[in-house]
Each structure stands twice: as structure tokens, then as C-alpha cells.
Design a protein around this ligand. Structure first.
Ligand SMILES: [Fe+2]
Length: 164
């Protein structure tokens, strides 16, 4: 089966070996990215790219923690992510034409100050909403987060977050 998203999700969850926060984070960001993409009526191909990027967006954290003395900095993740993302996608039979864009989304999903296309916007919004529920940003951080948002569904869902 081509672009086997079910297998991709399965293998990403297995890779995390039951790590509680990262396992749940994958599932939450995946679900919300799917919702935001469908809300914005992106194409079927874009939806597949967005959902694969959501599954893999933090995939380098575990490898970096294990191989850089616990240092999963953005810099280290950016070094390791392309190889890991490519491996996971190939094992899930993603067509080669999908892979570069998914790697790019993973690499840029924290680059809030650079220009971004629709898919990166959607991935960022999904990740940021989930991060609010997970790490409860303070007021000033919250204001920065709000500035990133552009889509109507993303803005609305962010507004629902009420803090701890
Ligand atoms: Fe994330």
C-alpha cells in the first residue's frame, strides 16, 4: 500500500517505546492537524503530507536525547530529522515525491519568524494548541503564540484554552 499512513503512525508510536508525553503528543498533534487541514479544505495530497509531517514532527527528539548526551536542541534535531523522517516514510511506502516537503515541514515547524506556506501554518497551529494544553505557557508566551495564528478554526480552538 502506498503512503501507508496507518503504518507510519504505528511505527512512530512503536519507536517511542511507550514514552508517555511523546506518544500522546504524536496522537494529539496528528488529530488536530487532520482537523485543521480538512477545515481549510486543502487537497488530498496536501492532507497526506500534513498528516505525515504531524506524525513525524518531533521524531528526532528521542534519537538526539540518546546520542547527544540528552541534548534534543532544535539544532541537533535539525541535523538528525531529515535522515529519520526519510527512513520512516520509506518504510511506510511513501512516494519519493512526497518526502522532501514532509522533511521541510518537520525542519521548519518551530521557525515562527520565517515566511510559511499553508501546510507549515497548519502544522504550527496544531502543535502550538497542543503545547498549550501540555505546558501551560505564561501570559507573555501566550501572546507570542496568538500572533502565529492565521486560520479561523485554529484561532477559535486556541481561544478555548483556559490555562491550568
Ligand atoms: Fe510538537
Amino acid at each position: 500500500m502506498n503512503n501507508n499512513e496507518t503504518y507510519l503512525l504505528y511505527s512512530a508510536l512503536c519507536y517511542e517505546e511507550g514514552h508517555s508525553r511523546r506518544t500522546q503528543h504524536i496522537l494529539k498533534v496528528y488529530a488536530l492537524a487532520k482537523l485543521l487541514g480538512e477545515w481549510e479544505k486543502i487537497s488530498e495530497k496536501e492532507q497526506q503530507i500534513l498528516q505525515a509531517a504531524a506524525i513525524l514532527h518531533d521524531i528526532a527528539i528521542k534519537y538526539c536525547k540518546e546520542n547527544y548526551n540528552g541534548d534534543a536542541s532544535q539544532e541537533n534535531q535539525k541535523k538528525e530529522a531529515p535522515r529519520l523522517v526519510k527512513k520512516f516514510l520509506e518504510e511506510a511506502n511513501y512516494a519519493p515525491e512526497y518526502i522532501p516537503q514532509i522533511i521541510e515541514l518537520v525542519l521548519k515547524h518551530h521557525d515562527y519568524d520565517t515566511p510559511r506556506d499553508k501546510l507549515l501554518q497548519l502544522l504550527m497551529e496544531a502543535d502550538l494548541i497542543i503545547n498549550c494544553y501540555e505546558s501551560h505557557p505564561d501570559r507573555s508566551k501566550m501572546a507570542q503564540i496568538q500572533d502565529v495564528f492565521q486560520t479561523s478554526a485554529g484561532k477559535e480552538l486556541l481561544k478555548k484554552y483556559k490555562g491550568k
